[in-house]
Design a protein around this ligand. Sequence first.
Ligand code: DC
Length: 230
Amino acid sequence: MTFPVANIPVITVDGPSASGKGTVAERVAAALGFHFLDSGALYRLTALSALKRGVALDDEAAVAALAVELPARFRDGLVWLSEENVTDAIRAEAVGEGASKVAALPAVRAALLERQRGYRQPPGLVADGRDMGTVIFPDAVAKVFLTASAEARAERRYKQLIEKGNSANLPALVADMQARDARDTARTVAPLKPAGDALLLDTTWMDVESAVQAVLAHYASRQARSKQGN
Ligand code: DC
C-alpha cells in the first residue's frame, strides 16, 4: 500500500543566506525523526557539476540537462556527486556564486522541482531553502521564514570562516550578504519571499536552540489546528 503523499507532513524553513535556517532545519528534523532536504545543496551541486564539465553557467539548456541527471546522494551528513565526496567542495565561495547564478534560470528550477518533492517520504520532511513554502511544498503543514539582519548574518559567517582558519573581512561580508539578498529577492522566478502563511522568525537576537524550539512549537500548533480541520 502506498501512503498518500498529502498525508506526509512537511515543515518548510525558508530565508536568506546565513540566516541559520540550515542548522535550525536539520535540528528540527532530528528532533522529529523526519527526513531533511537542503535544497541549496542541489543548486550548489548543479553549479559544481557545470564547473567541472566546463559548461557555461548561463547556458540554460545545458545546465538544466545536468540538473535532471544530477547523480546526487546525501548520506550521514556527507554529500556525494556520483562516487566523489563533495561535502566541502560545494561550500566553496565560487560554487556558492555559481549556485546563485544557475538558481536564477527557470529551466534549472523546473528540472529540480520533482526531485525536491521526491524527498517527501514518511514519517515527514523538513525542507530548507528559498522557495520551499511558496513553490515546492505550498501545502506544507507548517512554514517558517527565518531572517536576521545582514550584519548579524555576516558576523555569523565571519565567525565560521575564522574558526576554520580562513581570513575574513567583516564589512566585505556585510556587503556580500546585501548583494546576495538583492539578487535572490529581485529574480523573477521563485524570488526569496515569505509564503503568505509563514511564521516570520527574526533570529538576530535568538540562539539556535530557541529558534529550534520556536519552529517545533509552531509545527505542534499547526498540526493541532489541522486535526481540528482548519
Ligand atoms: O542556501 P544556499 O546558500 O546553499 O543556496 C545556494 C544558492 O541557491 C543561493 O544563491 C540561493 C539558491 N537557492 C534557491 O534559489 N532556491 C532554493 N530553494 C535554495 C537555494
